[in-house]
Design a protein around this ligand. Structure first.
Ligand SMILES: Cc1cc2nc3c(=O)[nH]c(=O)nc-3n(C[C@H](O)[C@H](O)[C@H](O)COP(=O)(O)OP(=O)(O)OC[C@H]3O[C@@H](n4cnc5c(N)ncnc54)[C@H](O)[C@@H]3O)c2cc1C
Length: 375
């Protein structure tokens, strides 16, 4: 897509993480551009985590964010293991507060925000004509962050998370990224628990699957209950415990209207091997802001490098052939990679070395078979 290099007006569909992050980034150096967001305020409970270079933490304001310099894994074969990040840290923030903060500051900066639903977008000779549930709007450029459809053939990451309070301090000191030591939730996929210690007495426990099928919420709830019973004594029953859930694409997606610029999950921000999307959203925001600043045409970008996408396709081949092989691969990465290599690999930073070390750590036979197929 190549659109007018210096548009006068931009409309963003969706007031989710991508829509608001992109507008915030654009507004830093565009005072004269008319920017409109169309989408209801997103009140979902959502905790978002990603890896960040310790030295660049000032570049992004994340109110109330927490960070850790170590994270752990638990596998059936090798038990618990801890990885430490030296240059990179694991950061987590409450996305609802983040969105509320951005919504307020963008309104103060003069961004129009309509809580409407976009019904249709049509290309015109001047730009775009947008019909919403409440009004009609014209804009030179439209960036679409409406979530994409997820066909059955797309592998999905599905999860249910519960934030709970304990009566006495729990013993989970670091984020548990993957605990594979649980009864399977998805019959034809992989299942694990993710746990994030938000304080001494607050914990987010998330049951996650990588699977082609979409499952009911109940087996995830049971997996959370079982994990809590095994690892967290004295849980306070609190009706206000927050529950979050999601289904993320682990494979290429097509936006709802291919003639529009796409961003967020709709623009393939979710990393195919993991579902992590925030790093991709930051790259999309940076790209749009930079293209506007320099007067280049706006395009939809692939937020991850060709190297990462190629590695992800190998991961997904492994999963397709035999889900147990993907668990073995994560197990090998947990035990053989340094924290920084693991974090760089997942964040698509640090060049080829983290990828090569991942290949060196991978279980040889299934990985070489997947590699052979790709070649
Ligand atoms: C519970 C949860 C936890 C996650 N945790 C992480 C994490 O730890 N790390 C990570 O990297 N990623 C995480 N993700 C993945 C990713 O970061 C999020 O899905 C993120 O919300 C994606 O942002 P988005 O703007 O693309 O989509 P969304 O946040 O879903 O925003 C899309 C917006 O479009 C709006 N919309 C839809 N249709 C219309 C319409 N017709 N008109 C107007 N608006 C419309 C929706 O209401 C929504 O607000 C998580 C996702 C979920 C759901």
């Amino acid at each position: 897509i190549y659109l007018m290099p210096t548009p006068n007006s931009i409309l963003i569909i969706g007031a989710g993480i991508a829509g608001l992050t992109i507008v915030e980034r654009i507004m830093r150096n565009q005072q004269s551009l008319a920017v409109t967001i169309v989408g209801a305020t997103d009140e979902r409970s959502q905790r978002v985590s990603f890896w960040r270079d310790r030295n660049r933490s000032a570049a992004l304001a994340l109110p109330g964010a927490q960070s850790w310099s170590a994270w752990s894994f638990n596998t059936q074969k090798l038990g618990f293991s801890l990885q430490r990040g030296k240059a990179l840290e694991y950061v987590s923030f409450d996305a609802r507060s983040y969105k509320a903060h951005l919504t307020d500051s963008l309104q103060q900066a003069g961004v129009r925000h309509f809580d409407d639903l976009v019904k249709s977008v049509q290309k015109t000779s001047q730009g775009f004509h947008i019909e919403t549930s409440q009004r009609a709007i014209e804009a030179d450029v439209v960036i679409d962050t409406r979530p994409p459809e997820l066909p059955e053939s797309t592998l999905k990451q599905q999860f249910v998370g519960r934030t709970l309070t304990t009566q006495s301090p729990h013993a989970i000191a670091h984020p548990v990224l993957m605990d594979f030591n649980i009864a399977p939730i998805a019959p034809n996929g992989i299942s694990f628990i993710y746990a994030l210690p938000l304080s001494d007495t607050r914990l987010l426990v998330e049951a996650t699957t990588f699977s082609y099928e979409t499952l009911a919420q109940e087996p995830y709830e049971s997996a959370i209950d079982a994990w809590i019973q095994a690892h967290v004594p004295a849980v306070e029953l609190n009706p206000r415990d927050e529950v979050e859930h999601g289904i993320l694409p682990m494979g290429p997606v097509t936006p709802r209207q291919t003639e529009l610029l796409a961003a967020g999950l709709a623009g393939n921000a979710a990393r195919h091997a993991t579902g992590y999307a925030f790093t991709g959203i930051l790259r999309q925001a940076e790209h749009f802001a930079e293209a506007l600043r320099t007067g280049q045409g706006l395009t939809t970008i692939q937020p991850y490098s060709g190297r990462s996408r190629w590695m992800d396709s190998l991961f997904l081949d492994l999963m397709r052939d035999n889900p147990a092989h993907l668990i073995q691969l994560f197990e090998a990465m947990a035990h053989s990679l340094s924290g920084d290599d693991f974090a760089h690999f997942l964040s698509d930073t640090g060049g080829w070395m983290p990828c090569l070390r991942t290949i060196a750590a991978a279980p040889k036979r299934p990985f070489l078979a997947a590699l052979w197929k790709r070649l």
